[in-house]
Design a protein around this ligand. Structure first.
Ligand code: ATP
Ligand code: MG
Length: 445
């Protein structure tokens, strides 16, 4: 993309309404525009990152064997009456009446609808296990929408639902979700710690929230600092191997890590003092095993080999897709702007022309631009007739991890400069070497 042809409405001033850094930078970098409290338009740059985050979520869900579909945003009240949640959900549910006076709602989640799909089409234990998921907009009429996309009213969520014959199978599905989530967050450059969460009225301890440590997080967290060193890395996972998947979950959930809702100070005090940490975290996902809570009242059953009909065991598993953009920025920025991890960056590299209109500089930039594109990369070429300082400020603000700076002086010696946004370190090299280096960096992402 050439910047002169793009739509990147950056702001020079700090927007007064933004209280935390991610909200501030998303507004300043022209990623989002607020349309109403907690409701945003996704401008081209924000939309691009949102799509990259979604893509990673899709890839990791499908790697775990989970199947994508798409359910609507609007649901009927009658469906929610079957589970009893229409009345229970309260003020957070946006209720709508159509011209025929039929009661609808804008879905805050989809347990009822997915259970309805299941019971309409699945009858036999032979069709299990089955995990279906979608990435769809949700609406929750939050009392205090704030922090930009972090706590919106309309927000994008991945929600997946497993259907299994018994608890053991359902726990394998739960574990698959945990491992696939760990990989998902790591690919986004995040450390998200699974923490034991409050199970609410359902009982049992089969729910975990994933928290990204950040001083601006809304949850208070208590953890053993050794938990932050755990990494899934590039190890290969066989999602069809329950023992392997369970062992990974064990590895990631044995050290103490809890939110204030489940915190147990007696257990916490057993951690060696220097590793005992109290901090704040952003919830970027939650997984839940809830057994037959929905399948029983809604009649989602399968016929077993002996002819008996049993309600299926279910769980639901959510990732806050739009919230993740805020979480990534909270975890990765400096005083100049965002620093995108390579896995989610909207453009792979910036090409900055220090002297637009100079024949050599223009030609070199053009060659680098085409060179990166022909290798499947997506560079942003700052071809504005603007001062170098202004161009640097823009690429720093919007957070592109790599910058290739091209000017007549360097070109006389046959070199351009490749700069890392994260470390600020620059290296001179030929234009071809810069193309090769950037290509190599992304080959491993
Ligand atoms: P919270 O405790 O933050 O209100 P929740 O526990 O009610 O969230 P879940 O039902 O677990 O949310 O939804 C799955 C994920 O969706 C959450 O982990 C979070 O990342 C995201 N999410 C929930 N509410 C919002 C919101 N208002 N804005 C943006 N993302 C949200
Ligand atoms: Mg939650």
């Amino acid at each position: 993309m050439r910047l002169t042809r793009y739509f990147l409405p950056v702001l020079k001033e700090n927007p007064a309404e933004a209280q935390i850094v991610s909200h501030r930078y998303m507004l300043r970098a022209g990623m989002i525009k607020q349309q109403a409290a907690g409701i945003y338009s996704w401008l081209p740059l924000g939309f691009k990152v949102l799509r990259r985050v979604e893509q990673i979520v899709h890839e990791e869900q499908q790697r775990a064997g989970h199947i994508p579909l798409l359910m609507p945003t609007l649901q009927t009240a009658d469906l929610w009456r079957e589970s009893g949640r229409y009345d229970d959900y309260g003020e957070e549910m946006l209720r709508i009446t159509d011209r025929q006076k039929r009661e609808l709602l804008y879905g805050p989640t989809n347990e009822e609808m997915i259970t309805d799909i299941f019971r309409s089409h699945v009858n036999s234990y032979k069709d299990l296990p089955l995990t279906l998921y979608h990435i769809q907009w949700k609406f929750r009429d939050e009392m205090r929408p704030r922090f930009g996309v972090m706590r919106g009213r309309e927000f994008l969520m991945k929600d997946g639902y497993n259907f299994d014959v018994d608890k053991e199978q359902a726990i394998h599905a739960y574990n698959r979700h945990m491992v696939s989530y760990l990989r998902t967050y790591e690919r986004m450059g995040l450390t998200a710690i699974p923490m034991r969460a409050a199970s609410g009225p359902i009982g049992g301890d089969n729910t975990h929230e994933f928290l990204v440590l950040a001083s601006t997080g809304e949850s208070e967290v208590f953890y053993d600092s050794a938990v932050t060193d755990l990494e899934l890395g590039s190890r290969s996972v066989n999602y069809d191997d329950p023992a392997q998947v369970a062992a990974i979950c064990q590895e990631f959930t044995t050290l103490y890590a809890r939110t204030d809702e489940t915190h147990d100070s007696a257990l916490f005090d057993q951690i060696p003092e220097e590793r005992r940490k109290v901090g704040r975290g952003i919830e970027v996902g939650q997984i839940f095993y809830f057994g037959t809570k929905y399948s029983e009242p809604m009649g989602a059953t399968v016929t077993m080999p002996d002819g008996s009909k049993v309600p299926v065991h279910m769980g639901s598993h959510g990732i806050g897709v739009s919230r993740l953009l805020g979480a990534i920025i909270e975890a990765s920025h400096d005083d100049k702007g965002i620093i995108w991890p390579e896995g989610v960056t909207p453009f792979h590299a910036a090409i900055v022309n220090l002297k637009q209109g100079d024949t050599d500089a223009d030609a070199a930039c053009e060659a680098i631009y085409q060179g990166l594109r022909s290798r499947g990369l997506d560079p942003l070429y700052d071809d504005r007739d603007a001062r170098a300082g202004e161009k640097f400020a823009t690429t720093d603000l919007i957070g592109l991890p790599w910058r290739i700076t091209v000017g007549p002086r360097g070109l006389k010696n046959g070199v351009v400069e490749l700069t890392s946004r994260r470390t600020g370190e620059s290296e001179e090299m030929s234009p071809e070497a810069a193309i090769a280096r950037v290509t190599e960096i992304y080959a491993g992402v």
